[in-house]
Design a protein around this ligand. Sequence first.
Ligand code: IPT
Length: 970
Amino acid sequence: MLTDYLTAYRPGDGRRAPRAAFDSDGARLSLNGRWRFRLSPTAEGQPVDADFSSWDELPVPSMWQLQGYGVPAYTNVNYPFPVEPPYVPDDNPTGDYRLEFEAPFERGVLRFEGVDSCFKVWLNGEELGWSTGSRLPSEFDVSLRPGRNVLAVRVHQWSAASYLEDQDMWWLSGIFRDVTLLATPVVNDFFVHADYDHRTGNGTLAVETGAPGATLSVPELGLSGVPAAGPYTLPVEPWSAELPRLYDAELSAGGESVRFRIGFRTVAVEDGVIKVNGRRVLFRGVNRHEFHPETGRTLDEATMRADIELMKRHNVNAVRTSHYPPHPRFLELCDEYGLWVIDECDLETHGFHPVGWRGNPSADARWREPYLDRMARMVERDKNHASVVIWSLGNESGTGSKEPGGTDNLRAMAEWARERDPSRPLHYEGDWDSGYVDMYSRMYAGVEEVDAIGRREEKPLDDPALDEHRRGLPFVLCEYAHAMGNGPGGLSEYQELFYRHERCQGGFVWEWIDHGFSHERYGWAYGGDYGEELHDGNFVTDGLVFPDRTPSPGLVEFKKVIEPVRVTVSPESVTVTNLHDFRDLSHLSFSWAVEEEGREVASGVLDVPETGPDASVTLPLPALPETAAETWLTVRAALAAGQPWAPAGHEIAWGQCQVRSATAAPGASAGATAGESAEASAATAGSGPAKASTVAVAGTSEGASAGGELAVGPGVFDAATGRPLRIGGVPVEDVRLDLWRAPTDNDLRGWPTQVATEWRRAGLDRLHHRLLGVDRTAGELVVRSRVAAAAQDRAMLATYRWSATGDGGLALTLTTEPEGEWGFPIPRLGIRATLPASVDTVEWYGLGPGEAYSDSVQAARVGRYAMSVDDLQTPYVFPQENGHRPGVRWAELGGLRVEGLFGLTVRRWTSEDLDAARHLTDLVPREAVYVNLDLAQQGLGTASCGPGVLPRYDLPAEPATFSLTFRSAV
Ligand code: IPT
């Protein structure tokens, strides 16, 4: 059959041997542009020489589902076709591409950087060959005829190779990376070896190339036209992700020259630790898929730069190219900007997991060749990048056979790579035995387990030899902190382990970007939005940046948690610890500021000496000014000069300390840091400032009653129900105890139990309030109610004590007491209230500016902030709880002021609306503003994939007291 190659185990035919990616000064012609295109529903379409007059035009590169041909489909683990390798469905969308071009030369190489998933090529009617390996290059030798040439490419969505490409992402097809025609190269390939000896400060440079008589020039090193092979040992500045020093070089042979850049560095695993240039490195990493909300996995250079600049600005220093080699330009940019890269091979067979790993290609000798082909094509293509410090065999492909002499294609890949490039350690997570890799890697392990691994006290493997090997390896979390929706919570607990244990060399957050497509109706589309028969919903939107690359609160939190400088502030001094691995602090400028209730009263600069990596310095602070109100001291470290990725003044790290509390004498409560205070507010906000719970004496204004209304201080209540109607003239409605939050992805997806399932079973989203009594005692209006859900006998008893304060305020003390069995943490404990829609701007003094939750609060700092109600919302692709600002001392909403110590959430829709919404476009502002004032909220955790909320961030149903004061905002 014409299409036999679709079910072949072989990876291709007629291709050139893999080689490095580089540009020479030889003639080249980009074939990107508009090609003629036709899509057929099956692979048995008409021949490519068919009459093409009716064909459409399609941009190359692009993915056809995003150009109006078919639709994207999302599955995570499942194959969207029956699991019967190597067969693929008859319904196999097939795109025919045709391009006419004028021959720029006679002989050359036709290079495809990426075609998803299987394609065959013809030039002037003659078949050149076919290839698979979607995110790897394929090259064919070509002989052109003078004048007009016709290139035809037939691309199939499904092929045997699809079984090896089951990454958690959209299924998309087409010629999605560049196509280039190159004059047959003189320099066909080269391998740069540029080691750095940290003991001598010397680099050793040798360039292996088959090109006869090749010479090398590196002007900055005084090398000019020397034999390429070298080796040359000479003093150099090393390359690192922190100081990405590159040397321009030129390789020449036979009248052709290639320009490239060299970074000198040596990667080694020594004493169980990954070291670069003799020093342990710590990966502050992310997993990056290639994604753009309009073009899918077709990325332009501006998008690649945007990713890298955003990463660098958020203190990210490492990327795992999950789960395939990226566009080659991306790696050049990583060399240039400075990022450690785990380059991962285009391999994932996860869809065999649902069938018990039966038939997994990793353990089947027939698949050995495509496995090795993929590894070779990655290593050969990317071998000259300083940024690539680790090769990864792939992702989630199970294990090879564990029988003696059984097939293990993963091991074969590792053995090949070790032989070809002994200079880089190897990674693969899917085989926990770690027998053929250089690091123990795991995903989503909890902090306790990581701690045990850090102490090299992990649970032993059955095989003592393997166990000993693994126990001696360095450890990385190739995935952790699943960034789906609101979260991840609990990042700092991992970071502490990375600092505590030498073996724990950091991790890579899953994942960088939400893969949500721009969609007319839904705003952002996710799995299922295209009518897929099998899909995994919004599991595809689990990134640190939204689809349009706006940073999510999770990224802001991550930036703070991984800051490469620790700034510890006390009222008298500041301690600065350099957490970089290589550079000193001379590139940063330090400043301090004192804010009295959020207003700056003094500031200055700090001279911090050139503190080296791992060193600390403690500096005295100048005498701080006298203040009367709550006062905080903040010390910031910012870039002293502009960098390619951020301007001068860009903040890298900061620390904050309270130097005066609201009520105590100056200095009396000094020493609390922002984080501690936030935690305190999450756990014990009820104890708030004394004035909030002060009960006013009767006789101020309480008692004036008219038309069934009752006044207490500035509050007017319904006398019969004790419900507040107005406070300081502002109409209020529905002021009552509330426990519900719109479940986050992490609430919804835990394993084995989902906390949101328990919440709904308990009816926390449909509570009824039964009035038990309204009592007017001297100076107090006491309203008692029982709050419970239909069909349930557990309840929360709520007692609201309203009183006038001596200074024109209305104090509320709410006490709650659970009744019956509550064997689970509750979403929230707080008050909801409905205010007029006219509330537009919220001003507050407390933690901000972004949202924060008890286990994701490191990035929040005490200050005075103002934001519109609309800007307070975080637009998670899948609507869920968001926008909470904890540790609020006071807030002004329209004419109403609230005081205490509370968590604040303000929106134009209810928690129930948010819960019901499936897309952002479902959220329609109501004619009201809904305010949540929380004593506490449940933490976030990362149960959508990984551990749930750590016990210390659980919110148990326990007796609680919450005090607030309301007054008119003037
Ligand atoms: C892990 C995958 O490696 C990754 O591609 C992604 O799917 C992630 O999970 C979840 O978003 S595998 C999982 C079984 C832990």
